[in-house]
Design a binder for this molecule. Structure first.
Ligand code: HEC
Length: 134
């Protein structure tokens, strides 16, 4: 009886650890989880059905200039370059960003991106992810 219990426990523990590592491997990045529905995240990735532009190389790039993307609203005539600081502000709250920088950066009043990332830690992670994609 005792042996059976021990064996059962051992099997259960093995199963648990296997499925745990499975989850770890399949775990999506914050960037994929929050942004992939609207943005392609790799060079040459299909943009079919995506509402937003491809984000490869976006930090350091002039806003509103991703080639082939024709649906810019607020960023259509934007006159600024994406830095990590500005990205953090944009991700926290797009409407606030438009209000804060509208005149200075020549932004439109409305955007079709609505995705507030409230936690600073998540925004930092997403920005790191953005720097990794190629
Ligand atoms: C509901 C769809 C949607 C989601 C979700 C979304 N975006 Fe966007 N994003 C857009 C659209 C549409 C634009 C174009 C904005 C405009 O011009 O008004 C945009 C623009 C951007 C830009 C500026 C691109 C450029 O060319 O200057 C960045 C950076 C960006 N998104 C990052 C993100 C990140 C990071 C996430 C995930 C946290 C995200 N977006 C989630 C739709 C989305």
């Amino acid at each position: 009886m005792k042996t059976t219990k021990i064996i059962t426990f051992a099997i259960a523990a093995t199963i648990a650890s296997v499925s745990l590592s499975g989850t770890a491997l399949a775990k999506k990045t914050k960037l994929q989880k929050n942004c992939a529905s609207c943005h392609a995240l790799a060079t040459g990735a299909s943009e079919k059905g995506k509402k937003g532009p491809n984000l490869v190389g976006i930090i350091g790039r002039k806003a509103g200039t991703v080639e082939g993307f024709t649906k810019y609203k607020a960023l259509k005539d934007a006159d600024f370059v994406w830095t990590e600081e500005l990205m953090d502000e944009w991700l926290a709250n797009q409407r606030k960003f438009l209000k804060a920088h509208g005149a200075e950066f020549k932004l439109g009043k409305n955007t079709s991106m609505a995705k507030k990332v409230k936690k600073e830690k998540e925004r930092k992670q997403i920005i790191e992810d953005l720097k990794q994609i190629k």
